[in-house]
Design a protein around this ligand. Structure first.
Ligand SMILES: [Zn+2]
Length: 120
């Protein structure tokens, strides 16, 4: 596992997480079990079973309807869905992971099958 393979930077005018190493499809991008357990869901947390994790990098990962990663709930890991090159944004689909979206928003990811408003 590459511990320092991710960095926080500004992409589309807001913070996001970008790869500073290459990740092969299926590779571990982030160990979410290293994050703090938050008492409640908020804009920064990632849901793992019934817990809400505030991870120092995970909190900056943006939503995408055609994401580069997914959350493996059992192993508590963020895994590359595709090969991720240096400079590519690390994203996951919030609507597939969260049972409730803390703050619904209109998605502007640009995916051809963009879901539009992300809410639950
Ligand atoms: Zn979208």
């Amino acid at each position: 596992m590459k511990v320092f393979g991710i960095g926080v930077g500004k992409g589309k005018g807001f913070l996001g997480v970008y790869a500073v190493n290459f990740y092969k499809e299926g590779e571990i991008v982030m160990d979410l079990s290293m994050g703090d357990v938050s008492p409640m869901r908020d804009l920064r947390t990632i849901e793992l079973s019934s817990r809400h994790i505030d991870h120092p990098f995970g909190r900056y990962v943006n939503h995408h309807c055609d994401p580069s990663c997914y959350i493996d709930q059992t192993r508590e890991l963020m895994i590359a869905l595709i090969d991720i090159n240096i400079g590519d944004e690390i994203t996951f689909d919030y609507s597939l992971n969260e049972s409730t979206i803390a703050a619904p928003f209109e998605c502007s990811c640009g995916a051809s099958h963009c879901k539009g408003v992300i809410s639950k």
